[in-house]
Design a protein around this ligand. Structure first.
Ligand code: FPP
Length: 295
């Protein structure tokens, strides 16, 4: 059924010879095949910055980056392709960014794949996105394991098509020991719902602190707050993504459409982030010193 929907979305359009390379067709998806020759390493030239912390230490010491992967539809439309082609190319961008993230000092990467408001999209597009998620869970775990990536899914699981919740749990269990990167994919996710659920759970607690409320919101003890939120495609809003965890996040907006995003774009976002002065409501130490001694 889903592959039929995918076929309808595709029509007879095929991607040929641009930077995206081979993407799984509707038939490939139905058969669970990986793209021929694997995924490309990136569609832009340029150097990848040297590893910051050792990859094995990344989960513990690396920063937390959240990405709102926007612009798949426009990317496809500009090429005269169906929107689903854009989402397929978006999956390949995920692969590139997951590969690049640990080398660039990212320890936790949260990707916004499907918001709870995305159910409003046409049923055929929703079905195609769910099929892509199923494809990802079925085919990407080996690569995640090889690269030491721990996968978690956040968001509601009870409204997903049959089989996806089970596939999610399997992928999470298989990758649970990954130390190079904690990859979190948000599916049927709403930050406000996560906060509301945490509030409901917190109502019986005797001591409510930011830390224990964070654990309720994120479902994890000790999850690092988001350091940087990146949104692609030129849009500048948060769209109900990680609202609690991003209280002091830096924001980076880029015109790049998600399917074009690669390791160089991640490096550019991180360079901009590292050039910023983060004060968390305080002052730079030397400013406080000088101000204290001024008459
Ligand atoms: C926004 O682009 C993107 C989405 C709503 C879906 C993101 C999904 C993927 C990258 C692929 C599926 C994910 C997994 C983990 C398999 P848009 O469609 O709103 O783009 P537009 O604003 O140009 O229309």
């Amino acid at each position: 059924m889903q592959s039929n929907l995918l076929n309808k979305l595709h029509g007879d359009q095929r991607l040929v010879g641009d930077c995206v390379g081979d993407i799984p067709s509707a038939t490939d998806l139905a058969g669970g095949k990986l793209p021929v020759g694997g995924y490309p390493t990136g569609c832009r030239s340029g150097t990848v910055p040297a590893c910051q912390p050792a990859a094995s230490e990344c989960t513990a010491s690396g920063i937390h980056v959240g990405i709102i992967m926007d612009g798949n539809g426009r990317w496809a439309t500009r090429r005269g392709l169906s929107r689903i082609r854009g989402h397929e190319a978006g999956v390949k961008a995920i692969h590139r960014v997951v590969q690049a993230a640990p080398e660039q000092g990212v320890g936790t990467l949260t990707l916004y794949a499907f918001s709870s408001d995305n159910w409003r999209r046409p049923p055929a597009e929703v079905a195609a996105l769910m099929a892509l998620l199923q494809f990802y869970l079925a085919n990407e775990v080996k690569s995640l394991l090889r690269n030491g990536v721990r996968l978690s899914l956040i968001g509601r699981r009870d409204r997903l098509p049959d089989g996806i919740a089970v596939a999610m749990a399997r992928a999470e269990a298989a990758t649970a020991d990954g130390k190079a990167l904690h990859l979190r994919i948000a599916v049927d996710y709403s930050a406000r719902v996560a906060i509301l659920q945490a509030a409901a759970q917190a109502s019986g607690m005797s001591e409510l602190t930011r830390e224990n409320f964070s654990r309720l919101v994120t479902g994890e003890a000790g999850l690092r707050d988001v350091d940087l939120v990146i949104r692609t495609s030129g849009e500048q809003r948060l769209s109900d993504f990680l609202l609690w965890e991003s209280a002091y996040a830096e924001l980076h907006f880029t015109e790049c459409l998600w399917p074009d995003f690669g390791s160089d774009d991640l490096a550019a976002a991180l360079a901009a982030f590292r050039s910023r002065e983060r004060r968390f409501g305080g002052l730079q130490p030397f400013v406080s010193e000088r101000a204290l001694h001024q008459t």
